[in-house]
Design a protein around this ligand. Structure first.
Ligand code: ARG
Length: 467
């Protein structure tokens, strides 16, 4: 932003590099709604314990709701010369109400205030990412459902190993993202403690009631230790780890799409759903979306490392270093929301090439273990069977080995049907897996609804009409 426009010169605190350096408005404005909600709960608490009179309390609460409306409709007069979101809101309340505004910050510090705002912000950030993951899960399940009988070579070391199915492959990715969802839900529970009332670091001499603020804002309770409460950024660090792992899982999916879409594999149709063409080479259809999904993981990991590095070695309690917690969180959140959204679309749009899958699935190499196991079933010790099959493949005579039933190489669906062990790729086992995945997803969705109600609670607090 330029400060050298016409009219009166900008105040010195905007002009000095030090003041600009300290200013956090560019990163903490997303906390504004939560800051107002926290202030409403705080003012109510001050009223309940008798620090504010009933009329002061309702004046402050009404003023804060006015501020909430201004923030929502974009008319809030943000001032770059005020250091942060907290000061902007407090100064505005005082502008609207006069001297009673000066009572809002009683028994409170920006240290416990920012910690509180971040907890409330995190709650809705978790809900957003988790909701996007739930949608990704829905699409993965939908694709799996339609591909239970479609054989796909499975790989270890990126070498053809044993037969799996397209459904089993989609589901493998489902479970990774489902654990991510579980981690986020678990974090929402663990982070649901209010730090307000910790003050700058040592609570207050006034008879405040942190438990009231906590329950008003939908927390499970208030902090146990004021020094810890103002300095604890564990929830943000955990959130960044959870996001980084989502991005890592997505990158792995992206890599497989890139590989499957190459001419060398040819498993995926090179359709526009995968990405763009080349500006130079007319024949190109590049898997850009999958590649960028793969690439974005670097940012998410970087954001986690950035925050951990800020936290490392910090003494108790609040230190200004902690202001550096916001940018990585916002960056990782936006990055991962983008990744998950694009991936969901990709999951819907990608098309396997049936002829290429059928040809690759007919490769005799995929059935070497099946042949060894057929020998084991007829009483041969596994080590001996292993050696016999190795020799037969080396001699080019695997077809001469007894199969137990049918000839797998020429009948991949038959071979798939024989991989019936629990959790394996056989259609029956996969049907069970899909049923479990559906149940799991339903349970997740119910948990997210209750988190959604906590997020709603904050909106209601901001919008409540004075009785
Ligand atoms: N902008 C600060 C932050 O994000 C708010 C807390 C400031 N506290 C202070 N004592 N200066 O951490």
């Amino acid at each position: 932003m330029s400060v050298s426009g016409a009219g009166s010169p900008p105040p010195s605190y905007v002009r000095t590099p030090g003041a600009r350096f300290l200013n956090s408005l560019s990163v903490d404005r997303p906390l504004a709604r939560y800051d107002v909600a926290g202030s409403i709960a705080h003012a109510e608490m001050l009223g309940r314990v008798g620090i504010l009179s009933p009329s002061e309390t309702s004046e402050l609460v009404a003023g804060l709701r006015t501020v909430a409306r201004e923030i929502r409709d974009g008319s809030f007069p943000w001032r770059e010369d005020l250091e942060d979101v907290h000061t902007n809101i407090e100064v505005r309340v005082t502008e609207l109400l006069g001297p009673v505004g000066g009572k809002l910050h009683t028994a409170r510090s920006r240290n416990d205030q920012v910690a509180l705002d971040e907890r409330l912000y995190l709650r809705s950030a978790i809900l957003d990412v988790a909701t996007a993951l739930l949608e990704l899960e829905r699409r993965l399940l939908q694709r799996a459902d339609l591909a239970v009988d479609v054989p796909l070579p499975g790989y270890t070391h990126l070498q053809r190993a044993q037969l799996v199915s397209v459904a089993h492959w989609f589901l493998a990715h489902f479970w990774r993202f489902d654990r991510d969802l579980d981690r986020l839900i678990d974090l929402a529970r663990r982070a649901n403690t209010s730090p307000l009332g910790a003050g700058a670091l040592a609570g207050s001499t006034l008879p405040i009631d942190p438990a009231y603020v906590a329950s008003r804002l939908g927390f499970d309770g208030a902090f146990e230790n004021s020094l810890d409460a103002v300095s604890d950024r564990d929830p943000l660090a955990e959130f960044l780890f959870d996001l980084a792992l989502v991005a890592v899982h997505a990158s792995s999916f992206g890599e497989e799409v890139v590989v499957f879409a190459s001419q060398e594999f040819g498993f995926l149709e090179r359709s526009p759903a995968l990405g763009a063409g080349s500006s130079l080479m007319p024949q190109k259809r590049n898997p850009d979306i999958a590649e960028l999904v793969r690439g974005k993981a670097g940012r998410a990991i970087g954001d986690l490392v950035a925050l951990l590095t800020v936290l490392k070695g910090l003494p108790l309690a609040y230190n200004r270093d902690l202001q550096e917690d916001k940018a990585p969180v916002a960056d990782a959140l936006a990055t991962v929301e983008g990744v998950v959204g694009a991936l969901s679309e990709l999951v819907d749009g990608m098309r396997f090439a049936p002829a290429a899958l059928a040809a690759a699935s007919g490769d005799a190499e995929l059935y070497a273990t099946d042949r060894a196991e057929a020998l084991v079933a007829s009483g041969v010790p596994f080590r001996e069977a292993h050696a016999t099959v190795t020799a037969a493949y080396a001699a080019g005579t695997p077809a001469a080995l007894p199969t137990g039933s049918g000839s797998y190489d020429h009948d991949p669906p038959l071979a798939l049907g024989r991989r019936a062990s629990p959790g394996g790729p056989g259609p029956k086992a996969v049907a069970t897996q899909i049923a479990h995945a559906r149940e799991r997803r339903t349970a997740r969705s119910e948990t997210l609804s209750s988190l959604g109600r906590k997020v709603e609670l904050i909106e209601e607090l901001l919008n409540e009409v004075e009785k």
